[in-house]
Design a protein around this ligand. Structure first.
Ligand SMILES: Cc1cc2nc3c(=O)[nH]c(=O)nc-3n(C[C@H](O)[C@H](O)[C@H](O)COP(=O)(O)O)c2cc1C
Length: 469
């Protein structure tokens, strides 16, 4: 990769929507393709259980510098003939603050492989996206990305102040210490991790650049104050972007539908941001022709686009569901609800209203609450000092037993299981398959109608061409 900055970033889209195929298609055109790094351990375990179609994962694993880990992962999860459709996926244990070596190995390997595949066959860049809030896998995931040769790591959904030194340490092959966010902790709680426990030699590695996703000038200033914690740039995400959104500043106001209301205080002052002196990309509603030029004119290095890429041929959304969304958008009737409660993370989350998905109250209520993926759990400390983990979308009595407030559980949706179903990796339950959940930006109808001019589908290359027009 050259040192030139990309003008177009294909935003990371979890869970598994932006996999290596999409990132590769974007990178091969010289722009920045970003894989979603969230929950890659389970994504790979499930793809292996489905027989590793095309052998891509095993092809990438063959390059991994610790083949003992590869052998262990294949032994645990790979089914050469694939699983029977009615056979549940094998459970991957949930990560905690003291995970076993095999779980660390799976996380490192999956992140490594996803980046190798995103970069294979071209010289363009590849990046990976993590959610700051999903803290427990972060050191292992970042190590995998470093080993895979990621050019960029991009993180939002929280305040990623500790991430730049963590990336530097891991790329240098030095032990790092992660401070955990723990509810009711009496003092700071840390996780220690030595990357050489996974890969003993070959250090140092190239340090990926780090971009922090921000929605306010205050956060940009805070993150850039200390050179030790300063990112290499920012993605400025506006509230119409797909996925999670930052909550509005000030006292919560809602529109007549119950969506959070954003106002002038939620706009980032780009002139002020320029004074910070770091490159930035504009995200949220930038997926239309002319907006890249406009962003460059406002001092940005380019744009980050999600929605337009989410429904292109190379994204990993299950093909039938993808087509249903496209058809709805073509009829100008896709509706996106910014749900203030659905996500157990506490951030507003955009939900596309689609029948048969958990956007429908009846489908959501019909689902038996179960928490077997657990990526959005919060860590808490019990009075006896032990750490526990709880999610507001787990069974209510379990949440309350763990010290959670029952009111927090109202209207929460299991994003983990819903989003896995969206990328065709639904868990099999006694009553059938887990139902999906689709997210997108507010301007989905406009974007898809513009891209599907001649047919009912489009490619990542079409999106890039369209953005550059
Ligand atoms: C399907 C989908 C999933 C997303 N998932 C994530 C995610 O896991 N992490 C993240 O930081 N941003 C996520 N985003 C936001 C995108 O990376 C990007 O910033 C945003 O989509 C840009 O706005 P746009 O949707 O208006 O193009 C997601 C967006 C979409 C559409």
């Amino acid at each position: 990769m050259t040192n030139e900055l990309p003008r177009i970033i294909q935003g990371g889209m979890g869970v598994g929507v932006s996999g290596w195929r999409l990132a590769n298609a974007v990178g091969s055109r010289g722009q920045l393709g970003v894989v979603s790094g969230v929950a890659l351990d389970v994504i790979h375990a499930r793809r292996l259980a489905d027989g590793d179609q095309g052998g891509h994962l095993r092809r990438a694993y063959a390059e991994f510098p610790n083949q003992k880990i590869v052998a262990d992962v294949l032994d645990r999860y790979y089914l050469p003939d694939g699983r029977q459709p009615d056979e549940p996926y094998r459970t991957v244990p949930k990560l905690n603050a003291d995970p076993p070596a095999n779980l660390i190995g799976l996380t490192v390997l999956a992140n490594f492989a996803e980046i190798r595949l995103a970069k294979s066959g071209h010289t363009g860049p590849a990046g990976v996206n993590y959610l700051t809030k999903v803290q427990l896998p972060t050191p292992y995931a970042i190590l995998g990305a470093v080993l895979g040769g990621a050019d960029f790591i991009i993180m939002g959904a929280g305040i990623p102040i500790d991430i730049p030194p963590m990336i530097r340490g891991l790329a240098a092959g030095e032990p790092i210490r992660q401070r955990l966010d723990v509810i009711d902790a009496e003092s700071d709680i840390f996780v220690d991790f030595d990357p050489r426990s996974v890969v003993p030699d070959g250090w140092p590695r190239t340090r990926p650049k780090f971009l922090a996703i921000i929605s306010s000038n205050t956060l940009a200033l805070f993150l850039s104050r200390n050179p030790n914690n300063r990112p290499d740039g920012f993605v400025v995400e506006r509230p119409i972007a797909g996925g999670h959104n930052a909550p509005p500043r000030g006292k919560g106001k809602f529109d007549e539908l119950g969506q959070p209301e954003y106002g002038p205080r939620d706009e980032v002052d780009l002139a002020k941001l320029q004074e910070v002196g770091l490159p930035f990309w504009l995200a949220g509603g930038s997926g239309r022709p002319g907006l890249l030029r406009q962003a460059l004119d406002s001092g940005a290095a380019g744009v980050q686009v999600g929605t337009a890429f989410a429904f292109c041929q190379e994204s990993d959304i299950e093909s039938g569901l993808k087509q249903d969304v496209i058809d709805k958008a073509l009829a100008d009737s896709a509706t996106v609800f910014t749900d203030p409660l659905a996500s157990p993370s506490g951030y507003p989350f955009k939900v596309v209203e689609m029948s048969g998905t958990i956007s429908e109250e009846a489908v959501a209520e019909d689902r038996t609450r179960v928490c077997d993926l657990g990526f959005l759990r919060s860590t808490y400390q019990s009075p006896d000092g032990t750490l526990g983990y709880r999610c507001a979308a787990e069974p209510r009595n379990a949440y309350v037993r763990k010290g959670g407030d029952v009111e927090d559980t109202d209207s929460r949706r299991c994003l983990c299981n819903g989003l896995f179903a969206t990328v065709d990796l639904p868990q099999v339950r006694k009553g059938g398959l887990e139902p999906p959940l689709v997210t997108s930006g507010d301007d989905i109808n406009t974007v898809i109608r513009a891209l599907c001019v001649d047919s009912g589908s489009y490619s990542a290359a079409d999106v890039i061409e369209y953005l550059e027009a």
